[in-house]
Design a protein around this ligand. Sequence first.
Ligand code: DX5
Ligand code: ZN
Length: 233
Amino acid sequence: MVFSRAIKIAPSILSADFADFGREIQAIEAEGADWVHVDVMDGHFVPNLTFGPPAVAAFRKHVKTVMDVHLMIAPVDPYIEAFAEAGADIITAHVEAGPHIHRTLQAIRATGKKAGVALNPGTPAEAVAHLLDLTDLICVMTVNPGFGGQKFIDMTAKIRTLRALIGDRPVHIEIDGGVTRETAPLVARAGADVLVAGSAVFKGGSVTDPAPYGANIRAIRQAADLAANARLA
Ligand code: DX5
Ligand code: ZN
């Protein structure tokens, strides 16, 4: 994985057909997904349950790009190795999931995987100020985690602060929740480079009719690229 700040679209398979993950992953990658975002929920840290390491290992067989695993679980440390073994490329843990996020990021890096840190909407950018050299990705939640299809919460001020804190470090800013072709420009302009999108990518398509996935991905990317280029110009 070569570091780049180009806009990357990471469809969340939380919006896929849960009986057909293999073909759904193949379809979104064929339609232009840059990364595949996998939402792990424990019914404790967030009020919803999804999948554990065996399911993630099964997804891995279909992912040719980058498997981006977002852990919404507490505690998180006892499961890091299992998700690393399941084949995650990036493992992201929440600042709010425990008292020792620094140790958690060290533990993720010790597995050889990229380490991400996620911030809930109520958590300030400064919570990661002392973690910047230990992390490869900061995930800014633009919904309260737990469900797909929620309304976007504007976190552009936080994104701008993070972009300034990061400086020249090779750290991605990922946005998760309520990303659409309408909201993508706001976050891209503020400095985000990875856009997670569940409902906005899977809307209107299916494994037997995947063309809408491609149209949705291109629309989000185009809107974000325009805004990112305007920021850099
Ligand atoms: C929310 C998850 C998101 C979610 C995004 O807890 O972390 O990845 O699937 O879904 P949309 O794009 O539908 O808001
Ligand atoms: Zn997520």
